[in-house]
Write a protein that binds this ligand. Structure first.
Ligand SMILES: C[S@@+](CC[C@H](N)C(=O)[O-])C[C@H]1O[C@@H](n2cnc3c(N)ncnc32)[C@H](O)[C@@H]1O
Length: 278
């Protein structure tokens, strides 16, 4: 955690004409995920969907926690070992423990972080994400991952795209279907950053605990506003095309440089990896 917190260094950028209303009648992924992580920012419809998913795949709660631990370890790696000082975290989620700016700025206080999400509840929490060390910057963009060009244009107000950037897509690409062409979206993002930049992503796996994951996807797609497409190893690996995966490559997330045996042994069903743009 960053010990030195200062007021928000900039305003959240949004295209919305007025404050968005929260639709509490239908489950939304940011709030469902918040429930799995033990948060309080969720409503009855979110809890019902989350519980149905837990009935289908009981390890989803540990899987969500393992994803947060993967985020902490990868951001620490990028700040400490890779020397990254700029992070574009798309699909931020409702603030939780170890948010990207807290992890990065605890290693490098001058880190600059741009958060992006399209959920109005996450936007409402932007203030909590916009705390920064005095030497660093945090910013928030209210935008959809499908509009990568818009995200890049706005992020350029805070990030210097002539210097390396870590593009973070943690547990978000499952919300883009094949018709959204998620591979093109990732290519567009990575084309905008220079050599020495990184892509870090995690993605729910279709081929780990396959039967349970399929049952969970069916439940979520019945109850949640954002539909899910879980993908197998061979479908996630191409997101890293043209990039150099750092050791140990793409793994189920607990296997990516775990810090202790408990982390390594956590059940999870998410492919994840970190790769460098040559
Ligand atoms: C499962 S949460 C993951 C949160 C965080 N990245 C993590 O790994 O802990 C997915 C987040 O992506 C956001 N999201 C889903 N589809 C999106 C889209 N098309 N554009 C922007 N954000 C999106 C949701 O609102 C939610 O906050």
């Amino acid at each position: 955690m960053a010990s030195d917190s200062a007021p928000a260094s900039s305003e959240a950028v949004t295209d919305r004409a007025e404050a968005p209303a929260f639709d509490t009648s239908v489950a939304h992924v940011a709030r469902v995920y918040n429930y799995w992580l033990g948060g309080k920012d969720n409503f009855a419809a979110d809890r019902a969907a989350a519980e149905q998913a837990m009935a289908a795949f009981p390890d989803i709660v540990l899987s969500a926690r393992a994803n947060r631990a993967f985020l902490r370890r990868t951001v620490t790696y990028l700040a400490r070992q890779a020397g990254i000082r700029q992070f574009l975290d798309i699909g931020t989620g409702i603030p939780s423990a170890n948010n990207t700016h807290e992890v990065a700025q605890s290693v490098a206080p001058d880190s600059r972080i741009v958060y992006v999400d399209n959920d109005p509840v996450v936007l409402a929490h932007a203030r909590a994400l916009l705390t920064s060390t005095p030497d660093g910057v945090t910013d928030y963009i209210d935008a959809d991952l499908r509009h990568a060009d818009q995200i890049l244009a706005k992020a350029a107000q805070t990030l210097d795209f002539t210097k390396p950037v870590a593009v973070m897509l943690m547990a978000i690409l499952q919300h883009l279907s094949e018709t959204d062409d998620p591979y093109k979206v990732v290519r567009t993002l990575m084309a905008a950053v220079p050599a020495g930049s990184y892509l870090v992503l995690s993605h729910p796996a279709r081929d780990i605990h396959a039967a349970e994951m399929a049952a969970m996807a069916t439940q979520l797609n019945k109850m949640m506003a954002e539909k899910v497409t879980f993908r197998a190893w061979a479908e996630v690996e191409p997101f890293f095309a043209g990039l150099e995966l750092v050791e140990p490559g793409m793994t189920n997330v607990p296997g990516w440089r775990p810090e202790n045996e408990e982390e390594a042994a956590s059940p999870a069903a998410l492919w994840g990896g970190v790769a460098r743009k040559p």
